[in-house]
Design a binder for this molecule. Structure first.
Ligand SMILES: Nc1ncnc2c1ncn2[C@@H]1O[C@H](COP(=O)(O)OP(=O)(O)OP(=O)(O)O)[C@@H](O)[C@H]1O
Ligand SMILES: [Mg+2]
Length: 322
């Protein structure tokens, strides 16, 4: 349904999207994941046919976004970061207006509007002005306008951002319902927020794809071992030298000064290794005071941070080398 190849979007000398490639099959639900400024919205905007790329290919259902933007637009329902709503209009009138704009044939308009209202649980609010709605309901109106012309592909830019937990669950449910008969691409910077909704994630950082896989596979590949947090009293520099050199410790960060002279150290263990006894012994033998130690499995957010951090560190190293 989507084919993106070496996509580039430059603003002046800054590449917002810098050689992105991925494919999305019909019926798939895929998450575009990345930190602020990664290039998610830019990629999505290009895929809607609203903005041409500087270079590379973007196709929707075999139609090139530059050569056939109208074919693309008719197939895409788009929820932008800030949905274009007319605050003074009532929900139903707004949707009728959008249906007209999108070229829904007159005879189908009423049915399409009512169907969008019902799918987005908006019937009770249909005659209320949009400005009186809560953020969550406004987001539903945004989703309703996206599905109005019954598009094959939904591109949803941060559909759950700024919503309270209950609304997040509702919008997630709505996306699951829509996923049944649509291809869906949605963006987020919170992996755990979309991991339940998507079959696959494409992780973008600084305009580049850094990973593309199922959440399970990413967890397996990048999650690896446990995260162990140790609290130690003593000299931070000595800790910094000692901890990473311990067998079974894949990574060590001295995170913060918890209290005077006490350091929190976040360790990543190699897969299938319990490093706690070794760390405890080493810390004590080196004359530090061991204040506390906890272990947990690596969470989705850490996997994500790792993926995007590794790239940033590589880039920093390149910058320094240059
Ligand atoms: N119209 C524009 N003019 C100049 N630079 C832009 C423009 N739009 C986006 N950018 C830049 O392109 C980069 C990518 O922006 P984009 O909005 O695609 O990121 P994003 O991944 O959606 O981030 P967020 O999570 O904050 O929404 C950023 O550095 C941004 O400042
Ligand atoms: Mg964005």
């Amino acid at each position: 349904m989507i084919h993106v190849e070496n996509l580039v979007k430059r603003y002046g000398s800054n590449a917002a999207v810098d050689g992105v490639s991925f494919d999305v099959a019909a019926g798939e639900v895929v998450g575009l994941l990345g930190p602020n400024g990664a290039g998610k919205s830019t990629t999505m905007r290009i895929l809607t046919g609203a903005m041409p790329p500087t270079d590379g290919i973007a196709e929707v259902a075999g139609h090139d976004v530059v050569e056939a933007p109208l074919d693309v637009k008719s197939r895409v329902g788009y929820l932008p970061e800030v949905p274009p709503l007319y605050p003074e209009m009532k929900v139903r009138s707004f949707l009728k207006f959008v249906a007209e704009l999108k070229g829904v044939p007159r005879r189908d308009r009423k049915a399409r509007v009512e169907s969008a209202l019902s799918r987005c649980w908006l019937e009770e609010r249909a005659d209320q002005p949009i400005e009186q709605l809560s953020k969550g309901y406004k987001q539903r109106v945004g989703l309703a306008q996206a599905i109005l012309h019954d598009p094959e592909l939904l591109i949803l830019d941060e559909p759950t951002s700024g919503l309270d937990p209950r609304q997040i669950i509702e919008v997630r449910q709505l996306i699951r319902d829509l996923a049944g008969d649509h291809t869906v691409v949605l963006s987020s910077h919170i992996l755990s927020e979309i991991s339940a909704s998507v079959q696959r994630v494409v992780v973008i950082n600084e305009g580049k794809v850094v990973a593309a896989d199922s959440v399970d596979e990413l967890s397996r590949r990048f999650g690896g071992g446990d995260q162990v947090t140790v609290q130690v009293r003593g000299d931070a520099d000595a800790l910094r030298r000692m901890l990473p050199s311990l067998p079974g410790v894949a990574d060590a960060r001295i995170v913060e000064d918890v209290e005077s002279d006490v350091w929190r150290c976040d360790l990543s263990a190699a897969p299938d290794t319990d490093v706690r006894p070794r760390v405890a012994a080493a810390v004590v033998n080196a004359g530090f005071e061991l204040i506390g130690m906890t272990r947990r499995e690596m969470g989705l957010e850490e996997i994500f941070l790792r993926l995007t951090d590794e790239v940033n560190q590589d880039a920093d190293a390149e910058d320094q080398a240059a």
